[in-house]
Design a binder for this molecule. Structure first.
Ligand code: PLP
Length: 405
């Protein structure tokens, strides 16, 4: 670690909240799949800001759009019309089931909005006593009070009690567990089509289809949180399009601005229209710079056929890893969808993540034993080969000293 990094680490420990734990590298630049630290070391970034930099680091088209807009108007209150916001809403709706969009600044914020929208719609349509939302164990929906309560993980909720009422938890890929929770109080079911933080687990087609049917039968709203799995990562523009099942509400954030903070909540017209003036809002949400960045992201994804590329490279990376790791006793199999890749291990993954970083590859680990790879969707075959080979070396070496899970 350089002196500069050391000093930054020391100062951080004195004056930055300790909620992110200890961080050892300072990234100072990036282009495509590559990032550089303050010592000039190069890394292959196979995490992409946890599915933020889907077009890679610093894509020219997005940079140009941001630069141009910053020079024109940086902020505009939602008291006035923002043309970039209107165009972005129209473009996103053209790409999916939705008729209308609302914009905020992060994933948690748009999930909070989706929870409010589900309650408001259900109360307006079916009466005051319909407010419960069924979410799933091992889900992740954010860190605000309502979204951490929606998150079905005790470790995320611990210490923040009392939690808001109105959330119940089913089991992922177990339709009967969700059906058993539906009562007269239920207004919605909220899921990630591919659970990210919860272990990179894709929903089964039967589960997704069954949830749609269940929601239709009981007049419940189906909410898809596509904050991590959306924006072409699955191999389609939105993960639900892989399943051919439409939600009533969808949330996006992360890769929508490729690094500029923006979140979107999309809904069918009938649902969106319950949000009358005064029910919801955001100072920065849908601002011209973030929307200009997102418009450039959509242009680039369309012109470079990024969803198709993600599907192709997802297959390539998966078969490369499968070939490289086959036969290693700790390798239990692959999970996920498209370029959202989980490597399930029979041992803890933290040490492997650390070794990868030492060898110039950034990945992370969820649920203790699932290595998570979320490379930019612009990743090349050579970069995938490099990472598969390195993983094989590190995991084979690690297997001798590993603690079983
Ligand atoms: N939902 C999902 C599926 C996520 O992966 C995340 C973040 O990791 C969030 C919501 C929260 O997004 P944010 O950190 O932008 O609030």
């Amino acid at each position: 670690m350089s002196l500069k990094t050391d000093l930054c680490k020391e100062t951080a420990s004195e004056c930055v909240f300790p909620n992110y734990g200890i961080r050892n590298i300072v990234l100072t630049g990036g282009k495509g799949t590559r990032v550089w630290d303050s010592d000039g070391r190069e890394y292959l970034d196979f995490l992409a800001g946890i599915s933020v930099n889907n077009l890679g680091h610093c894509p020219d088209r997005v940079i140009e759009a941001i630069r141009a807009q910053v020079g024109e108007l940086m902020h505009c209150s939602n008291l006035y019309l923002v043309p970039q916001q209107v165009e972005l809403a129209q473009r996103l709706c053209e790409l999916c089931f939705a008729d209308k969009a609302f914009f905020a600044n992060s994933g948690a914020e748009v999930n909070e909005g989706a929870i409010k929208l589900a309650r408001l719609y259900s109360k307006a349509k079916f009466g005051e006593n319909r407010y419960e939302i069924i979410t799933l164990r091992n889900s992740f929906h954010g860190r605000t009070l309502a979204t951490l309560t929606a998150t079905g993980q005790d470790k995320i909720q611990k210490g923040f009690e009392p939690l808001p009422v109105g959330f119940r938890y089913g089991i992922f890929n177990d339709l009967e567990s969700v059906r058993a929770l539906v009562t007269d109080l239920t207004c919605a079911v909220m899921i990630e089509p591919v659970q990210g933080e919860g272990g990179v687990t894709a929903a089964s087609p039967e589960f997704i289809n069954g949830l749609r049917e269940l929601c239709d039968t009981h007049n419940l709203l189906l909410i898809f949180d596509e904050i991590q799995c959306g924006m072409a990562r699955s191999g389609k523009m939105f993960a639900h399009q892989v399943y051919g099942v439409e939600p009533d509400i969808m949330t996006l954030a992360k890769a929508l601005g490729n690094g500029l903070p923006i979140g979107a909540m999309l809904a069918r017209r009938e649902v969106a229209d319950v949000m009358q003036p005064g029910t919801h809002g955001s100072t920065f949400g849908g601002g011209p710079v973030a929307c200009a960045a997102a418009l450039a992201v959509l242009d680039e994804m369309r012109d470079s056929a990024i969803p198709e590329r993600a599907a192709k490279m997802g297959d390539y990376l998966r078969s490369g890893i499968e070939n490289a790791l086959r036969g290693l006793p700790v390798f239990k199999g692959l999970r996920g969808l498209g370029l959202m890749v989980g490597i399930e291990l029979a041992c803890e993954g933290a040490e492997i993540v650390k070794k990868c970083q030492e060898h110039g590859v950034l990945i992370n680990c969820t649920m203790g034993n699932v290595l998570r790879l979320l490379p930019p969707l612009t990743v090349t075959e050579e970069e995938c080969d490099q990472v598969s080979d390195l993983l094989a070396l590190i995991i084979a070496d690690h297997a001798f000293s590993a603690h079983p899970v």
